[in-house]
Ligand binder design. Structure first.
Ligand SMILES: Cc1cc2nc3c(=O)[nH]c(=O)nc-3n(C[C@H](O)[C@H](O)[C@H](O)COP(=O)(O)OP(=O)(O)OC[C@H]3O[C@@H](n4cnc5c(N)ncnc54)[C@H](O)[C@@H]3O)c2cc1C
Length: 468
């Protein structure tokens, strides 16, 4: 059984189903199949959905067949890249999941300094392949995240101040549209579509490959410095002023964490709530110690793990703390200024971090990311200086209510200091108004492009932009 556009249950046509199955080079997974439960799971275990069909595509032809089948059978269609999405938007109930996880190739062109990536690759695949050539593509701070979802939503991480958001390094995409056409979108071809996919999420079609600019990044100077919570207000004020003026090659995000009971953290700090800055300096290595000297002098960190580190190692530093299968409740905002009163609220709420993995991160998006014009891509909030994310996280489903309530309370206290809207990739399902606030004046143009490429809103399991 499946659900049609109005939410009514319909029977899929058996002959059409048989033809679809026969046409695939990949697998078609149904409830009852041995791999079904593993295939329907997404990273956030708070999301439990049971699709009618999972088409694990092997190539573009499979994706074209899946889009056609979904459209003709009037199925609800979800697209899955890495399955990491906050709100679990890589899976749906009853409908068809177009799963690209097998399409995870990465091809580096060292002459052109470009990187072609399959629509189902993870960032660890890209980091591994590019590092060998002394390159990196700006992404996030975790290596297990999918390239597709992160890129289409914008992409912010360690290299944002130096080289911009992930979308600022995107040269072209190949995609299958709702009507089944396979197109390229770039500055020269289908430029309206190219504008929209740089921040507009999975609204416009299934991206089967990305072409990125590779940036010259190999060994960076990075890692966390931690201070006791008693120093948090002072450190946050210092950080605010420092990162606002820091050169582009210095990146640091501010965080509140409970220290894990494991190496390399000294035993006397295990389970302590602390504040920290996680650095990534991409300038000349011989200048690194000099850059970090005033930081260490201002207030010597209680734990100092910053030093030279291979870029892929920094990218995967948090992977062990955040394995798949935990409960996650996300709240986010864009932040332009960080007044002392907001800092006081942060410190107050950080003292109540409910679990080992619950956290607040403030990711800077000034520097190169902030200098791109608002209308240049779908990403509107170029004038925000930070993306704030508050996540209640725990392995135990019984803690679901507690971690959600904590994240909401923290977010409520800080929301009055935010600049409107939130990063789409950090939002759960928060309704149309929040999506409109996120895209600001770009929303109207996005809705028009949506109407041109997906008038029936086939691709609506996302932060949905309605065709208009
Ligand atoms: C632990 C953790 C850390 C994170 N850190 C960062 C970070 O540092 N920086 C950052 O920017 N984000 C970060 N994120 C957020 C991340 O960007 C989003 O979760 C993103 O949606 C993940 O992409 P995915 O492909 O894994 O997701 P999926 O769940 O597979 O998909 C997410 C959305 O993208 C769409 N989509 C997926 N693949 C395609 C495709 N091929 N074509 C068209 N649409 C597609 C889906 O329809 C869905 O709407 C983090 C998430 C987690 C869980």
């Amino acid at each position: 059984m499946a659900r049609d556009d109005e939410g009514k249950t319909v029977m899929t046509n058996n002959a059409a189903m048989a033809a679809f199955r026969a046409s695939l080079h990949g697998e078609l997974i149904e409830p009852g199949d041995a791999g079904y439960d593993a295939a329907r799971k997404v990273y956030n275990a708070m999301i439990e959905r049971r699709p009618r069909l999972i088409a694990r595509c092997a190539d573009v032809a499979d994706v074209m067949a899946a889009v056609k089948f979904g459209r003709e059978q009037k199925l609800l269609v979800a697209i899955r890249g890495g399955g990491h999405n906050a709100g679990g938007l890589g899976v749906c109930d009853d409908g068809l999941v177009i799963d690209l996880s097998r399409m995870n190739y990465v091809r580096v062109d060292p002459k052109k300094k470009t990187v072609q990536v399959g629509g189902g690759a993870l960032w660890r695949d890209v980091d591994h392949a590019t590092h060998a050539f002394g390159m990196a593509v700006p992404s996030g701070i975790i290596s297990t995240t999918g390239v597709a979802g992160l890129t289409l939503g914008g992409g912010l991480g360690y290299l944002a101040r130096r080289y911009g958001l992930t979308i600022d390094n995107l040269l072209a995409v190949e995609m299958v549209l709702a009507d089944g056409r396979f197109v390229t979108a770039s500055a020269k071809e289908n430029s309206d579509l190219f504008w929209a996919v740089r921040g507009g999420g999975g609204n416009f079609g299934v991206v089967t490959s990305f072409l990125f600019k590779g940036q010259p990044v190999h060994t960076v100077y990075g890692g966390p410095m931690l201070w006791p919570l008693e120093d948090a207000a002072e450190m946050m004020r210092w950080y605010r002023d420092f990162i606002s003026k820091a050169p582009d090659d210095v990146y640091g995000f501010f965080a509140f964490h409970t220290i894990p009971p494991a190496a390399p953290f000294p035993a006397n700090f295990h389970f302590k709530k602390m504040c920290g800055i996680v650095w990534c300096y991409t300038g000349p290595m011989k200048k690194a110690e000099k850059i970090f000297k005033p930081i260490r002098k201002f207030k010597a960190p209680a734990v100092d793990l910053a030093g030279p580190i291979a870029h892929p190692a920094l990218q995967s530093l948090f992977d062990g703390l955040y394995p798949p299968g935990m409960q996650w409740y996300w709240k986010a905002d864009f932040v332009r200024t960080l007044p002392d009163e907001a800092i006081a609220q942060h410190v107050k709420n950080a003292a109540t971090l409910p679990t080992l993995q619950a956290t607040m991160h403030l990711y800077p998006i000034n520097g190169a990311a902030g200098r791109v014009k608002r209308g240049a891509t779908a990403w509107w909030h170029r004038d925000a200086n930070w993306t704030e994310v508050i996540v209640g996280v725990d392995p135990d489903p019984a803690k679901k209510e507690e971690i959600s309530a904590w994240a909401k309370e923290y977010w409520n206290a800080l929301h009055p200091y935010s600049s409107g809207g939130a990063y789409v990739n950090f939002m759960m399902e928060e309704g149309e108004e929040r999506i409109r606030a996120t895209y600001g004046k770009n929303y109207k143009r996005l809705a028009k492009i949506k109407k041109r490429y997906d008038p029936g809103n086939l691709f609506r399991v996302n932060q949905n932009i309605r065709p208009k």
